[in-house]
Design a protein around this ligand. Sequence first.
Ligand code: ADP
Length: 485
Amino acid sequence: MSLNTALLKQQVYINGAWTDADSGQTISVVNPANGESIGAIPYCGRSETARAIEAAQAALPSWKALTADARADYMHKLCDAIMEQVDDLAVLLTSEMGKPLAEAKGEITLGVKYIRFFAEEGKRIYGDTIPSPWPDRRILVTKEPVGVVASITPWNFPNSMIARKLGAALASGCTMVMKPAEFTPYSALIYGVMADKVGLPAGVVNIVTGDAPAIGEEMCENPHVRKITFTGSTRVGKLLAANAGKNMKKISMELGGNAPFIVFDDADLDKAVSGAIASKFRNSGQTCVCANRIYVQAGVYDAFAEKLKTAMSEQLKMGDGLQSGVTQGPLINDAAVDKVAAHVQDALNKGGTLVTGGQRGEGAGTFFEPTLITGATIEMKVAHEETFGPLAALFRFDSEADAINLANDTEYGLACYFYSQDLGRCFRVMEALQYGLVGVNEGVITTEVAPFGGFKESGIGNEGSKYGLDDYLNIKYSCLGGLGL
Ligand code: ADP
């Protein structure tokens, strides 16, 4: 399975043209499975970003003047073009990011679903008429695109995180400037390739890569940008939210999580194990909705630990994501491996028991073995920080109230999961958990038709679903007088 180099764009996409950084500087992109460079991308800064924003602003009037149907046509064509090359695009994604090929293909397919969903949802941006308190006036409420949207996205879902934002922006009549993560730029730059292919008007989509803080500053300060949409760490999200706030720009923030995964005594243990495998080890544990703290009730703790250990050894295979049968690709870089190693060491120092895994992989790739630790306690780092890697730490609890308190004891509130076959408990716990996403007897719940957003420090706003368009629209109230009524 070789890389289709026609898809490996080494330039940025501004106003429908491919260009280099003004400085000529580049950044190298590395395959995390083997440490080899797969290419280089422009190291842009504020000036290139300003030009991209200018192009998006110039393209805005004609893009928003199109009918929703015409915009949807472009969006479906973009999706058709992506799906025509989905196998090549999956190889590209795996080569720069590491996830297994099947997951890469799944991600691209999900990204397409988001864009297609929004293409149709854009036809349903309804307004209102409100009964007027004045007999001679009428009240209309209409919705308009906010304008130029700037997006900053992470490396763990380098295609679909963009698709969620791009779909909502294009459908609502906004134009866009995007900055992908420096580790995984090619899966973003392909949107430029596909935009060219389907004849999307120049300036509607622009892509810059390079100096993240400089690009972010230009996005937050340039008066033409009306909205910043970000997915990434809470640290950077707070920084961008503060800068965007200074200029009163709308923001959507999809930030970090610290997902609890609770297994009650009355759970279907086999389902809970499958859910834990999927939720914990998908993308080698590098998703913001990955189970981070696994709480198991005392009555089933030992049985669950045993079953999870068996399932891990039978189902998880570490290796280069391009090889068949591999379920656990490399982590994104050395820093990610160091963080998992530190969490494992900290847990062992504080009395945890290593059941399986616990070692870095050998060779130039940045691998870490799927790891299971029992006897986890709240003193450990894994209880408070997102590991973002393949470490499953099992905590023991006694009562339902304890589980709820432990689960909510965090500044994060993105995803949570629990397993129980008692209907009353399901409702009680679902309502008590302070999270934006709740998986009840399910470990993977993301879909384009449902809202995705966090409570507390996990973010602001929702992506996907009918709610996902709200943040890209301004509400306008028009009061019509002088009607001769
Ligand atoms: P992660 O830890 O998942 O890499 P980050 O929040 O560091 O999360 O990165 C997410 C995205 O934010 C990436 O595209 C990265 O380049 C970008 N980023 C990092 N620092 C800044 C910054 N100071 N300003 C704007 N974007 C940034």
